[in-house]
Write a protein that binds this ligand. Structure first.
Ligand code: LMR
Length: 317
């Protein structure tokens, strides 16, 4: 095919393959579908977004590579899994950084969000938005996790990110990195004592079946960077780029509110599970967790540019 023919092809119909690893009935799964619908509407059918959920195409450990090689065009990995490429995003994994959903929304959709997305520009990738899943909770198969001492000598599954590893080390636990697609089977085989995740992921993937102790700690935030292959993007005509950008903005604002609602609904579903005991993290215990995490803040304050941590903390919703 000549370049002209190829461009003609792009003019007629563009297909974006969007691969992700979570269930369809989750904040990311629903946002991906909504984005696909909006893009189709706004471009009068010229762009078709094909969504592949549940890691059926690629896992969280190889989707980035597939995107870079142009095998797929879009992914929405957790920002945690991207921190090797974009170290500045480590800041978003700091425990107890976000006060509530409105705060996370203000950071992700405001000036700081824009600034953070730009750190991706030097790679072959373009960051379109940050999406939200929600606050992470702690689960265990051994005992309730309330005091820092409860974590001692326990193993926890983590995503690939230094901050999460250190978070568990500071609590005296051993973090083990594992792909999301393996979490269910690893828990089933008792390869870890516990894990952290959102209610939405714990519920939709059935992780609670092997983790009877759930602490509503809201200690961390699981968010996503929505990324497109830059070379592919640059070949899309600018009027269509504009329509895709509008669809993304609309989806992002919807996702931020929807993720809060979904986690609330799925908490109610979790409460109906007879084998799961749910604990609130007492405020005094939370203070002791925060005390443990101080070295992590001190370390990142030295690494992050331009007072980034404080600017995030002070972003008003
Ligand atoms: C996890 O690995 O626990 C999450 O990042 C999965 C996801 O994409 O929500």
């Amino acid at each position: 095919m000549t370049v002209d023919e190829e461009q003609q092809g792009l003019k007629d119909q563009i297909t974006i393959i969007f691969s992700h690893v979570v269930a369809e009935n989750t904040p990311k799964g629903l946002a991906a579908q909504k984005f696909a619908e909006l893009v189709y509407e706004k471009t009068d059918g010229r762009v078709k977004v094909e969504v592949y959920p549940n890691g059926i195409l690629y896992s969280d450990h190889n989707e980035l590579d597939a995107l870079k090689r142009g095998k797929i065009q879009m992914i929405a990995p957790s920002y945690t899994n991207m921190t090797e490429l974009v170290p500045e995003w480590k800041v978003l994994d700091l425990p107890f950084l976000f006060h509530d959903y409105d705060h996370a929304k203000a950071v992700f959709t405001g000036e700081t969000g824009k600034e953070l997305l730009q750190y991706l520009d030097s790679s072959k990738l373009k960051g379109l938005a940050f999406w939200s899943n929600g606050f992470k909770q702690m689960t265990s198969s051994v005992h309730p996790l309330l005091e820092p001492a409860d974590f001692k000598n326990q193993t926890f599954r983590v995503m690939s990110g230094d901050v999460l590893k250190k978070q568990f080390q500071l609590l005296g636990a051993t973090p083990v990195t594992a792909s999301f697609t393996d979490v269910y089977s690893s828990l089933e085989k008792h390869q870890f004592d516990g894990q952290e995740n959102t209610l939405s992921n714990i519920y939709s993937k059935g992780l609670y079946k092997f983790q009877p102790y759930l602490t509503l700690s809201n200690h961390g935030f699981l968010g996503y960077s929505v990324i497109i292959n830059n070379e592919f993007w640059s070949r899309i005509p600018s009027d269509i780029q504009q329509q895709i950008t509008e669809a993304m903005l609309e989806t992002t604002l919807w996702n931020m509110d929807e993720s809060k609602k979904m986690n609330e609904i799925q908490l109610e579903e979790m409460k109906k599970q007879a084998d799961v005991s749910i604990y609130e993290l007492p405020i005094e215990a939370k203070r002791r967790w925060i005390e443990k995490f101080k070295p992590l803040y001190e370390e990142l304050e030295k690494q992050m540019p331009d007072n980034l941590i404080n600017r995030i903390r002070k972003t008003s919703s």
